[in-house]
Ligand binder design. Structure first.
Ligand code: F6P
Length: 546
């Protein structure tokens, strides 16, 4: 396989990026009335319109050539077949197997992982049914009403995002809560209104060593003991999702109430595993299965569709092109659908933890940008906060607009209004408004020469800002599964093209290790020898706190 710099299409794209500096999206639309037909892909769950990016047949051909040069098709196959593509940790990457609803065998080290997955799914189903039916009882004999997930990063963001997104599919059986922060404020506030007799804690940690999670789990356990006064209550109120059976047992959780995950499931790709237990407890197991089915639909599309009609591949390539053309180093994700409130935060981890890398697969420093800074929030709120920069700032931020044909909770007149904003924004970002148009508007308002001259430059919008539009039929479990998998595969495809290892996260280790030693220093057990700033700050904290 080539290194990226050796790809002739990569070199061609760099030349095209210079040529296309002169091209405005407005002109591309003026030249062709078919851009939507040419640059959109429709799947049963969602539609992608990427025509408001500066793409032409010439650009797309070079991008597809780049994908071939980097053997994207081969990399996809290797992932699905369980090859150990996480090379720095010598692991397979099989979140696709977790939702492999067709149940075709997938082998890792000659063993079919579908057996493990199916048995864990049955385990989950049985447990979920027990809790939701009220058969599972707390220490005082009362049924469970509240599930509290304790986990962080991939052991929190996925279940939190999905349960928020699918709230309208939940019944009133179980409430769900999430504790991730080691800041005691969160755990205190979440536990305060709950009745310990009816709470089930899911301690979600692949390693079962993550300090935030273990500290919160211990606090939750103390809180339970303050009402139960009996260590045996732990068994009725705590279950774990982990791959560290020993640590789970040491915490006091029985092995039958430990749900497994495996080393071939990355934390940020784990919501499809037992990490999704809070989703299933909240919504019921069949809704969780629908989510898996939606992701599987997208998995099949990614594996089987030709690159030219392959939604994740096209999104990956267009993202890479925007980096080359506009020097874009950030990417904003803007859901216009309240249920998707936490979607951006979820994708932020998936993307930045996967592709925020400075060396290629062979350990050589790369001379191109890898992952962008992913940010954003609900688009409609963003309009009144940061869109000014998107429209008139002097950086270009490619944007993904995500909306739905129908609201999952219709309220008369609201959805149409929301979507009018959605369509208006992508048009404004693409088209802008030039000086001739601004001048005409100002004159029509009766402004004199001096006022027109003064205001004109401030009112010009250059436009030519690239956007993708994603339209879901509706945020339901199946469509949401497909949407999440779409982004996962986009991230994977970009990692393949950038020739980086997308499935490790060594970059988060350094800070974690330092925090451990600094905690001992704060607690006064050892002295510290850091740089002058860090030493002084720790001293200041120790001496000045009340
Ligand atoms: O912050 C790094 C990280 O390792 C993430 O990748 C992971 O999702 C998170 O920590 C939580 O890890 P664990 O599930 O082992 O507690």
């Amino acid at each position: 396989m080539l290194q990226l710099g050796q790809s002739s299409h990569w070199q061609q794209l760099q030349q095209l990026a210079v040529k296309y500096q002169q091209v405005h999206l407005r002109n591309l639309f003026a030249e062709s009335g078919n851009r939507f037909a040419d640059y959109s892909i429709e799947l049963p769950s969602l539609l992608l319109d990427y025509s408001k990016n500066c793409v032409t047949p010439e650009v797309m051909q070079a991008l597809f050539g780049l994908a071939d040069d980097m053997d994207l098709a081969g990399a996809i196959e290797r992932m699905y077949r369980g090859a150990k593509i996480n090379t720095t940790e010598d692991r397979a990457v099989l979140h696709t197997a977790l939702r492999n609803r067709s149940n075709t065998p997938v082998y890792v080290d000659q063993s079919n992982v579908m057996d493990l997955i199916n048995s864990e799914l049955s385990h989950m189903r049985q447990f979920v049914d027990q809790v939701r039916s009220g058969e599972w009882r707390g220490y005082s004999g009362k049924p469970i009403t509240d599930v509290v997930n304790i986990g962080i990063g991939g052991s929190n963001l996925g279940p939190k995002m999905v349960t928020q997104a699918l709230r309208s599919y939940a019944d009133s059986t179980i409430n769900v809560h999430f504790i991730s922060n080691i800041d005691g404020v969160e755990v205190a506030e979440i536990l305060r209104p709950l009745n310990a007799e009816q709470v089930l804690f899911v301690v979600a940690s692949k390693t079962f060593t993550t300090s935030e999670t273990m500290t919160n789990a211990q606090t939750a356990r103390n809180w339970l003991m303050a009402s139960a006064f009996d260590e045996r209550a732990v068994e009725q109120h705590f279950v774990a999702v982990s791959s560290n059976a020993e640590a789970v047992q040491a915490f006091g959780i029985k092995s039958e109430f430990m749900f497994s995950m495996w080393d071939w499931v990355g934390g940020r790709y784990s919501l499809w595993s037992a990490i999704g237990l809070p989703i299933a407890l909240y919504l019921g197991f069949s809704q969780f299965e629908e989510l898996l089915t939606g992701a599987h639909d997208m998995d099949r599309h990614f594996r089987d569709a030709p690159a030219t009609h392959n939604m994740p591949i096209v999104m990956a390539l267009v993202g890479i092109w925007n980096g080359l053309l506009h020097g874009a180093q950030s990417q904003v994700i803007l859901p216009y659908d309240q249920p998707l409130e936490s979607f951006t935060a979820y994708i932020q981890q998936a993307d930045m933890e996967s592709n925020g890398k400075h060396v290629d697969r062979h350990g050589q420093a790369v001379d191109y940008h890898t992952a962008s800074v992913v940010w954003g929030q609900l688009g409609i709120d963003g309009q009144h906060a940061f869109y000014q920069l998107l429209h008139q700032g002097n950086v270009i931020v490619p944007a993904d607009f995500i909306g739905s044909l129908a609201s999952s909770t219709p309220v008369r007149g609201h959805h149409e209004n929301l979507m009018a904003n959605f369509f208006a924004q992508t048009k404004a970002l693409m088209n802008g408004i030039d000086d001739t148009e601004v001048e005409a508007q100002l004159r029509a308002q009766g402004l004199d020469e001096e006022q027109v001259e003064k205001l004109l430059p401030h009112k010009v919008h250059q436009g030519n800002r690239p956007t993708n539009t994603l339209l879901l039929k509706q945020v339901d479990p199946r469509n949401l599964g497909a949407l999440i998998a779409l982004y996962e595969h986009k991230i994977f495809a970009q990692g393949v093209i950038w020739d980086i290892c997308s499935f490790d996260q060594w970059g988060v280790e350094l800070g974690k290790t330092l925090a451990k030693s600094i905690l001992q220093e704060i607690n006064g057990q050892v002295s510290h020898a850091h740089d002058d700033s860090t030493n002084a700050l720790i001293d200041y904290f120790k001496q000045s706190r009340v």
